[in-house]
Each structure stands twice: as structure tokens, then as C-alpha cells.
Write a protein of this length. Sequence first.
Length: 86
Amino acid sequence: LRHGNGNLIEENVFIGNGVDHTGGIRVINKDQIIKNNYLEGLTGYRFGSGFTVMNGVPNSSINRYHQVENATIENNTFVNVRHIQL
């Protein structure tokens, strides 16, 4: 989601089987919709967590992390996800 706005991430399955450094979804930019996803056994942390919502860099260039704005995040399932980063 790093260089796009208005993406739909829906009904995906992320299974990490407890393997080190496995991540899932990282939310960046505007108008993202993340719903009805299943995430299990993810062990990553910080920016590579099972689920991450980035704080972004205000007024940043295109190659930086833009702020998350107007995101819809609903009905996602997290099972044995070691870290969620907000």
C-alpha cells in the first residue's frame, strides 16, 4: 500500500506458521480499505508486524511514508499474531 491510495485489501489469508519475522499488512496512504482478512501465526515486529498502521511523515516526498488518512479497517481476524503496531 506504500505508493497508492484507495486500495481494497479484502478476504486475504496470511499464515506465518510462527516463522521468525513473518509480517502481514502495513497500512500507508489515504482511503485504504482493509476488511475481512484472516491473519494467523505472524511473528514480525515494528514495521514488519502482523498488522501495522504507519504514522507517516507529514508533507513527505513520494518515496517516503505518507500519513494514513480516512482508512476503513473492519472485521479482520488475528490469531496468534505476536505484534500489532499502531
